[in-house]
Design a binder for this molecule. Structure first.
Ligand code: ASP
Length: 306
């Protein structure tokens, strides 16, 4: 219990500006991040595990309708909330993930149950919700996740027939290093507005949107999932740290630059096993926050807030 701890969280990257969020949206975003940061920090401060801390932080953001995860998730083309989540323990590289969940209130905790069960890594759809029931996780009616603003965004996209590339993303994630030197990562999302045909993004794919390895770093991504999958983004960051000896935050910057070169927009948060932490993004903004033992927590949204 001699080491420092670090927690970094995100609430999605996108085109948020002071003008389009307004004072209320800005305040709500910061309040959500502050609550999630404190939920995770309380665990790490007490010597708890990085795995518990990232799950706790993400659960707070899943419950907060201002973010695209759990309640407040975006709608698929068919008007359904299909939720994805993943969690990974850097100590053992055990991982759990779920995709297309529609009735489990806390998708990140379902991912954690998949990890704890250990037989599989990735469960989908009705099977994943069925596993949640056997694991005793709270079930809700599918419309519990639905909020009017997300319905409006779907209607707008369907009316225009196209995809709004400047949309706010709003996926949530957390990465942590605990006092014992272990790292963990978790990510949760509703995916992309108007997604079709059972589309799965990077979030629940281990190595794409989520990865953790004590030998390197913990990573959680947000943005254009298809490009993060093609770049194997989260694992690529970990590999640059482990094999290339890069600092986690530098590796994050390199991989986000590569994502940009492939035409992708988004961001990532990282914690190195050395306790360093930070982020990189190529969008105008990313909801983000960092807390470290002994430091004042920092919360930011816009790109000019460094
Ligand atoms: N990366 C997520 C996905 O593609 C979306 C997001 O970050 O909001 O599903």
């Amino acid at each position: 219990m001699t080491q420092d701890w670090t927690l970094v969280i995100h609430g999605g990257s996108g085109s948020m500006t002071r003008a389009n969020l307004g004072p209320d949206g800005d305040a709500a975003g910061r309040a959500g991040l502050a609550a999630a940061l404190e939920a995770g920090s309380a665990i790490l401060r007490d010597g708890g595990s990085a795995l518990d801390a990232v799950e706790a932080a993400v659960r707070v953001l899943e419950e907060d309708p201002h973010f695209n995860a759990g309640r407040g998730s975006v709608f698929s083309w068919d008007g359904v909330n299909e939720l994805d989540a993943a969690i990974m323990d850097g100590r053992t590289r055990d991982a759990g993930a779920v995709t297309g969940v529609t009735t489990t209130r806390a998708p990140v905790s379902l991912a954690r149950a998949v990890l704890a069960d250990g037989r599989h890594v990735l469960l989908s759809g009705a099977g994943a919700d069925g596993f949640a029931r056997t694991a005793g996780l709270e079930q809700v009616a599918p419309d519990w996740f639905a909020i009017p603003e997300r319905r409006r965004q779907l209607d707008e996209i369907k009316a225009g027939g196209g995809f709004d590339a400047d949309m706010k993303y709003g996926t949530v994630g957390a990465v942590a290093r605990d006092r014992h030197g272990h790292v963990a990562a978790a990510t949760s999302t509703g995916g992309l507005t108007a997604k079709r045909w059972g589309r799965i993004g990077d979030t629940p794919l281990i190595g794409a949107g989520t990865y953790a390895d004590d030998r390197a770093a913990a990573i959680s991504c947000t943005g254009a999932g298809e490009v993060f999958i093609r770049a194997a983004a989260a694992h690529e960051i970990a590999a640059r740290v482990r094999i290339g000896g890069a600092l986690a935050v530098d590796a994050a910057g390199e991989v986000i630059a590569d994502i940009g070169a492939l035409g992708g927009k988004g961001g990532t948060i990282v914690v190195g096993s050395d306790g360093s932490g930070g982020w990189a993004f190529n969008t105008p903004a990313m909801y983000r926050a960092i807390a470290r033992s002994g430091d004042e927590p920092r919360i930011a949204i816009y790109g000019d807030e460094e």
